[in-house]
Design a protein around this ligand. Structure first.
Ligand code: ZN
Length: 109
């Protein structure tokens, strides 16, 4: 009833001003026509996706012990809206774990 921003729906995102279709919540770009939309969120979906991937990749330098929690948090934040990005972040995170197991046991000795 508090209709300050009637076009905004927390569950489905905003309505694209160009094509009038629902956008993905938190996304700053319409996935129908590519027009920029106001995501209504301080940190956009793309930021969580790229940030999560970047943090997960840093696990190769800083060990997944440090990067694991923030990377998985980013994956959790994007999972319901962009599952493939969440799987991607998770895959990179798993790779860093394997890397840090293989490095001291196989490569270094
Ligand atoms: Zn659109």
């Amino acid at each position: 009833m508090a209709g300050e921003q009637p076009q905004r729906d927390a569950a489905t995102g905003t309505v694209c001003p160009e094509c009038d279709k629902q956008t993905i919540r938190g996304s700053d770009k319409c996935h129908h026509c590519g027009a920029p939309v106001d995501s209504g969120e301080t940190i956009s979906l793309a930021m969580w996706e790229y940030g999560g991937g970047l943090i997960a990749a840093f696990g190769f330098f800083m060990t997944p012990v440090i990067t694991g929690l923030p990377a998985l948090y980013c994956a959790y934040k994007v999972y319901d809206r962009s599952p493939n990005s969440a799987y991607g972040i998770f895959a990179v995170f798993i790779s860093t774990i394997i890397f840090w197991i293989v490095l001291p046991t196989v490569i270094l000795p």
